[in-house]
Write a protein that binds this ligand. Structure first.
Ligand code: CP
Length: 306
C-alpha cells in the first residue's frame, strides 16, 4: 500500500506517468467515469480549504466513486479530544482512501503509520502540500511543454508557504531549473529546504528582497504566494508584511511575453485582479489541473487501471 505524504516519495518517472494520465483524463473523461465505482474517498479537513477538498471530492465523483468526511475539526470528534491516530483507524473502516489536511506538521505522516488505507497529505501546517505540487507541475508542463530548463521565481511567504517547499523539492530533481527566491527577510525560505534540497542537490538559486519589477525580466515562471496569516504568532507582524509583494500590470511591463504566472490560491492582495485577463495569468487553469491530477493520483494509490 502506498501513501503520498511528501512529493519526494514519487520518482520523476511516476510523476510523468501521473501527469500523462491527468492529461488523458482531461481529454477523455468518459473513459474514467466508472473506474472507482463502489470506492469511497474520505476527506478529513482539520483546516479550511476550497480547492483541495472540493477538487478531491469532484475527482472521486468523476471517477464514479463516493465521498464522505468533514470540512472542519469542530464538526469531528477531534473537538472532543480524539487523536489523529484513532480518527484514522476508524475512518479506515469506512473509506478506501483518505485525503487529510491538518494544521500540525507531520500529522499525515503519523496517520500513514496507523492507516489500513492510503493516506494523501492534503497540506500539513507550514510543511508540505504534495498534491498542490502535482497540480503545479501539470500546469507548468502544459504551459511550458517541459519541467526542465527554466528560471522560476517564487515570491511572497516562502517561510510558511507549504506549496513552495513541496514545489522546490520536486523541481530540484529536474535538469537546469534555476530558482529565484523573492521574499522579505522575515519570510525567507527555511534553511532545511535551502540546505537539504537546493544546496544538497547543487541547484542554482539566489535569494533576494528586491522589487519584483527588477527581478521579473529574467523569469520564465513566476509563482506568487499569499502571506500565511494563520501561521503568524501576532497580527501586527502579519499586517506589516502582508503587502510586501503585489503583482500589478506595471510590474509586468518588462516581463517575458511567455511568462507563466502561477498562484496556488487563495489570493488575497498579491496579484492585482487586472492581471487576470492577461494570457500569462495561469492560476485559474492551474486550479482546474488540480482536479485531473488528483483523479490520476486516486487511481494510482487505489491501483485501479483503465
Ligand atoms: N491551494 C490550496 O491548497 O487551496 P485551498 O486552501 O483552498 O485548498
Amino acid at each position: 500500500m502506498r501513501h503520498l505524504i511528501d512529493i519526494r516519495e514519487l520518482s520523476t518517472g511516476e510523476i510523468a506517468s501521473l501527469l500523462d494520465i491527468a492529461d488523458d483524463i482531461m481529454l477523455h473523461p468518459e473513459d474514467y467515469r466508472e473506474l472507482c465505482r463502489y470506492k469511497k474517498l474520505a476527506t478529513l479537513f482539520f483546516e479550511p480549504s476550497t480547492r483541495t477538498r472540493l477538487s478531491f471530492e469532484a475527482a472521486m465523483y468523476e471517477l464514479g466513486g463516493q465521498v464522505l468526511g468533514f470540512s472542519e475539526a469542530a464538526s469531528s470528534s477531534a473537538a472532543k479530544g480524539e487523536s489523529v491516530a484513532d480518527t484514522i483507524r476508524v475512518v479506515g473502516c469506512y473509506a478506501d482512501i483518505i485525503a487529510m489536511r491538518h494544521p500540525k506538521e507531520g500529522a499525515p505522516l503519523v496517520a500513514s503509520g496507523v492507516s489500513t488505507v492510503p493516506i494523501i497529505n492534503a497540506g500539513d501546517g507550514g510543511h508540505n502540500h504534495p498534491t498542490q505540487t502535482l497540480t503545479d507541475l501539470m500546469t507548468i508542463r502544459r504551459e511550458k511543454g517541459s519541467l526542465s530548463g527554466f528560471t522560476i521565481g517564487l515570491c511572497g511567504d516562502l517561510k510558511f508557504g507549504r506549496t513552495v517547499h513541496s514545489l522546490i523539492s520536486a523541481l530540484a530533481r529536474y535538469d537546469n531549473v534555476r530558482f529565484v527566491l523573492i521574499s522579505p527577510e522575515e519570510l525567507k525560505l527555511p534553511s532545511y529546504v535551502k540546505n537539504d534540497v537546493l544546496r544538497a542537490g547543487n541547484r542554482e538559486f539566489k535569494q533576494t528582497a528586491a522589487d519584483l519589477a527588477d527581478v521579473i525580466p529574467q523569469l520564465d515562471v513566476l509563482y506568487m504566494t499569499r502571506v500565511q496569516r494563520e501561521r503568524f504568532f501576532n497580527e501586527e507582524d502579519y499586517i506589516r508584511l502582508r503587502d510586501s509583494y503585489i503583482l500589478t500590470p506595471s510590474k509586468l511591463a518588462n516581463a517575458k511575453s511567455d511568462l507563466t504566472i502561477l498562484h496556488p490560491l487563495p489570493r488575497v492582495n498579491e496579484i492585482s485582479p487586472e492581471i487576470d485577463s492577461d494570457p500569462r495569468a495561469c492560476y485559474f487553469r492551474q486550479a482546474l489541473c488540480g482536479k485531473y491530477v488528483r483523479m490520476a493520483l486516486i487511481l494510482k494509490l487505489l491501483e485501479v487501471t483503465k
